[in-house]
Design a binder for this molecule. Structure first.
Ligand code: GLP
Length: 232
């Protein structure tokens, strides 16, 4: 079962854990997430002036059809919110490419890389429907990286990042549940009252495809860090 920590400041706690890890293992392999939740963690990591010269990263997901330079791409998000403020090497940043025509080949490439370079710490947020990365309800526990059609709930939740009239992608490439579960340690962060139901189901519901985050119950080293607004 995941360890549950309620914290007044989940950003500081998660950033401290990651920073300590990088100090112990300078070539740490980090699994990184996007969305509004990890932004504060990235800010705190930047403030710590860590040496990222040997750190390697894998991001969870990317929108289909957006180039890395597109302002709404998750690659661009990571550049703006973390990478460009550190000394991470470009060749150590791993991302799924949402522009490829051969998705099979692209997802196999990513899975191979993660097998060769296993993730030490995977940071996760959670969708209001219990998704992790873009693994929507219905995603099986043995799923690996693949193309996913986003649920209407996720499209609605993420519409706040797009301006009116701007085309919002409805598909993404995402690590699967199995890819995420292969990380040695998982830190899931949830902030806000609107995450209460998803967290409750993930922790106390059955471990099923209805709530993909509930598969984390089966991980040996998983921590949920919740802010006081998550009503658990
Ligand atoms: C997106 C991402 C997820 C993230 C979720 C929650 O769908 N693919 O990785 O956990 O949003 O986002 P937020 O942190 O903005 O609530």
């Amino acid at each position: 079962m995941p360890k549950l920590i309620k914290s007044q400041d989940p950003d500081a706690l998660a950033a401290d854990m990651i920073a300590e890890f990088i100090q112990q293992k300078p070539d740490a392999v980090l699994g990184l997430a996007t969305g509004s939740t990890p932004i504060g963690i990235y800010k705190k990591l930047i403030e710590k002036n860590l040496d990222f010269s040997q750190v390697r990263t894998f991001n969870l997901d990317e929108y289909v059809g957006l180039s890395q330079s597109h302002p709404q791409s998750y690659y661009h998000f990571m550049q703006e919110n973390l990478f460009k403020h550190t000394n991470i090497k470009k060749e150590n940043i791993n991302f799924l490419n949402g522009l490829v025509s051969d998705i099979q080949k692209e997802t196999a490439r990513y899975e191979d890389l993660m097998r060769q370079t296993p993730i030490d710490i995977q940071l996760l947020g959670i969708g209001t429907n219990g998704h992790i990365a873009f693994n929507e309800p219905g995603s099986p526990q043995d799923s690996t990286s693949r193309k996913i059609v986003l649920s209407q709930q996720t499209i609605k939740d993420n519409s706040r990042f797009f301006s009116p009239g701007e085309k919002q992608p409805e598909e993404a490439l995402s690590m699967g549940i199995q890819s995420i579960m292969a990380a040695k340690q998982i830190i899931l962060i949830a902030k806000g009252q609107n995450k209460t139901k998803a967290i409750h189901t993930a922790l106390y519901g059955p471990s099923t495809t209805d709530c993909p985050a509930s598969f984390l119950q089966n991980h040996r080293n998983c921590i949920f860090i919740l802010d006081p607004h998550v009503d658990i």
